[in-house]
Design a protein around this ligand. Structure first.
Ligand code: TYM
Length: 331
């Protein structure tokens, strides 16, 4: 197994990223070869503030290490330091039909009413994402559910390139979702995903929130008036309840059913304080480590440089094979 995944260094880690993806990264690095990166080249597809981007990249490294990414076991780097990502993206862009990109729901969401003014990079975004994983022959890509369409596109792009060039340059990657947390929803609306771009800070738990803020956000989370049911099937149609029970289960690495076994018949008045206590117990050590690590920018830059050096070596063969498959002369 070769595991590859990325995160955009825009803003900070939130509970959705952590439970949907990063917790799995930390688990997978124990048994497999892993490459994790900051998708800084993806971050510039929308409005960019250069000083903020550099600061966000360094903070994200501190957050990932604080959350358990071990740079002895995993390779951690930023895309911009491994030019092969951008190189392969161009080769793949030239072999990807526009129609495939037009169907991407995240492009539609992000470009909104301003499609004509959006960058060409925002449209091409999923092709760079395909390059990110294909370049390392990733077998598994641990992501949240919101990346499903992008991952399927990466598989299609790999198949088309191999087919068109009559080669086997690329391996088909598979998505890897956590058992319960592939989709953590907003605390204010159980039908919208928890996201860094939601204007309401009450909608998400940031990994930098202090204990009181975490507890307050859970206390204010939207719910319904019914007590918790005894079975998973009875959660159907109760988006907010499903989300809070799912968060509890994932934090504790338990099944949703076992959480319901414990809380069936109880209302949110008693469930929420226990969820808040659990969230604080899990997140506060990560936050404290993060605050300490982010002070040492020298150490952070060293992690990224070292990771990039290792990643460059692994990336080179696939780019060279792709150039050769297309008949491009090199050396
Ligand atoms: P990004 O930065 O939006 O999110 C990073 C990871 O967190 C997951 N995630 C969630 N999971 C569950 N519930 C949520 N509410 C939630 N919000 C975010 C995402 O699914 C993701 O796994 N395009 C990607 C970054 C990327 C990438 C890649 C990922 C670039 N190249 C190659 C995998 C492989 C993104 O913007 O993720």
């Amino acid at each position: 197994m070769r595991i590859v995944s990325g995160i955009q260094p825009t803003g900070n880690l939130h509970l959705g990223n952590y439970l949907g993806a990063i917790k799995n990264w930390v688990k997978l690095q124990e048994e497999s070869e892993c490459l994790f990166f900051l998708a800084d080249l993806h971050a510039i597809t929308v409005h960019n503030d250069p000083a903020e981007l550099s600061a966000n990249c360094r903070n994200m490294v501190a957050a990932l290490v604080a959350a358990g990414v071990d740079t002895q076991k995993s390779i951690l780097f930023n895309q911009a330091r491994v030019p092969a990502h951008a190189e392969l993206a161009w080769l793949l862009i030239c072999n990807t039909p526009m129609g495939w990109l037009d169907r991407m729901t995240q492009f539609k969401e992000k470009s909104g009413k301003h499609k004509q003014r959006s960058s060409l990079g925002l449209l091409a975004y999923p092709v760079l994402q395909a390059a990110d994983v294909l370049i390392y022959h990733a077998t598994h890509v641990p992501v949240g559910e919101d990346q499903r369409q992008h991952l399927e596109l990466a598989r299609d792009i790999a198949a088309k390139f191999n087919n068109d060039t009559g080669t086997e340059v690329f391996t088909q990657p598979e998505a890897y979702y956590g058992e319960t947390a592939a989709r953590i929803m907003s605390l204010r609306d159980g039908t919208a995903k928890m996201s860094k771009s939601d204007p309401s800070d009450l909608s998400r738990i940031n990994m930098t929130d202090d204990n009181d803020t975490i507890a307050k956000k859970i206390q204010k989370a939207r719910t319904d008036a019914e007590p918790l049911p005894a079975t998973v099937a009875e959660l159907e149609g109760r988006a907010e309840a499903t989300n809070l029970v799912g968060i509890y289960a994932t934090l504790e690495d338990r099944s949703v059913q076992s959480v319901l076994d414990q809380y069936a018949g109880q209302g949110f008045g008693s469930f929420k304080p226990e969820l808040a206590e659990l969230a604080v117990a899990h997140l506060s050590p990560i936050r404290d480590r993060y605050e300490a690590l982010r002070q040492d920018t020298g150490a952070i830059d060293e992690i990224l440089r070292d990771g990039a050096e290792r990643a460059r070596l692994l990336a080179q063969p696939a780019v060279e094979s792709a150039y050769a498959a297309l008949g491009l002369l090199r050396d």
